[in-house]
Design a binder for this molecule. Structure first.
Ligand code: PBG
Length: 336
């Protein structure tokens, strides 16, 4: 059935045999001529995991090809990504010691940022701002009486964001899902003289089982309970739009939808409704699924990954965070 949005006159013209969509699919050149969505490395962000040590490259079992890296190895990984055209990385830190104040949030990541900005000044360095990796209980905020205390968490997030901006981060990206954190971070950044540092907020971040492998990578699984009291219910689209509206009102410059593949409807709705730069996170579970299938010979990794990237862009994403970023950039340069 044809879409009611088309005028009657056009509906007639779009009838077979006058209209034959296959005409424009006949050759690769014709298909390229009418292609609506182009992929380029310019929009990719590579997530990297960093921890203390030297020459450390600890494989993450559920994410083949991804590693926990010491700063020296992180520099190599980032340089390799940058060399093939990936313009940005986002950093997640794994501290040696965890506590109930997330003290480690201001340790390894600022160190990594300084090293990256020194070695690769043109690489965009994004710092994920969250506390779960640094908390002994693994939750994204301060725990009081067995609950995550929203307002007590805000100053800790703001302090971490300022530490990252001080170290030279180009963008800070709060992923904790506390209410009011974008405003708190914006105010703290401005006070510290970082008026020009953009905030990319994980605005619509869902409590998702697709984060499973990341919890191994970042060692941030909650020790009790789950994240449903702060991350969103996967059934709620309208609420996601409210979350995005709120973050924009509080000063977010880029808004993210996360996870990606199962939430493309929201990427489109957020883009259409707000017209803001939209990021999508192609999360660890999406990566693990395809890696496992391709290892078994069931799916073609390159073809499926490129199809995913195209789908993110078609849905309206400007920015794609993906563990495939370096591969995708390389694949794109090879096929040219
Ligand atoms: C934590 C955080 C998570 C991810 C990014 N930041 C996991 C979580 O909320 O437990 C998930 C990324 C992925 O799965 O690739 N603040």
């Amino acid at each position: 059935m044809l879409c009611a949005a088309f005028p009657r006159s056009m509906l007639a013209a779009m009838n077979f045999p006058q209209y034959r969509p296959r005409r424009l699919r006949e050759s690769a050149a014709l298909r390229a001529l009418v292609r609506e969505t182009e992929l380029s490395a310019n929009h990719l962000v590579l997530p990297l995991f960093v921890r203390e040590g030297r020459r450390l490259r600890r494989p993450i079992a559920s994410m083949p090809g991804q590693f926990q890296l010491s700063v020296d190895e992180l520099l190599k990984e980032a340089a390799a990504a940058f060399a093939v055209g990936v313009p940005a990385v986002i950093l997640f830190g794994i501290p040696d010691r965890k506590d109930e104040r997330a003290s480690g949030a201001c340790g390894i990541v600022p160190k990594a940022i300084r090293a990256l900005k020194k070695e690769l000044p043109e690489l965009i360095v994004i710092a994920d701002v969250c506390l779960c990796e640094y908390m002994s209980h693994g939750h994204c905020g301060v725990v009081r009486d067995g609950k995550v205390d929203n307002d007590a968490t805000l100053p800790l997030l703001a302090r971490a964001a300022v530490a990252y901006a001080d170290a030279g981060a180009d963008i800070v990206a709060p992923s904790d899902m506390m209410d009011g954190r974008v405003a708190a971070i914006r105010a703290a950044l401005d006070r510290a003289g970082h008026k020009q540092t953009p905030i990319m907020s994980y605005a619509a971040k869902f409590a998702s089982a697709f984060y499973g492998p990341f919890r191994e990578a970042a060692e941030n699984a909650p020790r009790f309970g789950d994240r449903r009291s702060y991350q969103m219910d996967c059934a709620n689209g309208e609420e996601a739009l409210r979350e995005v509206a709120m973050d924009i009102a509080e000063g977010a410059d880029i808004v993210m939808v996360k996870p990606g593949l199962a939430y493309l409807d929201l990427v489109r709705r957020v883009k259409d409704k707000f017209g803001y730069p939209v990021a999508v996170y192609n999360v660890s579970g999406e990566y693990a699924m395809l890696k496992a299938a391709s290892a078994n010979g069931w799916l073609d990794e390159k073809a499926v990954a490129l199809e995913m990237m195209t789908a993110f862009r078609r849905a309206g994403a400007d920015i794609i965070l993906s563990y495939w970023a370096t591969d995708v950039a390389r694949w794109l340069s090879e096929t040219r």
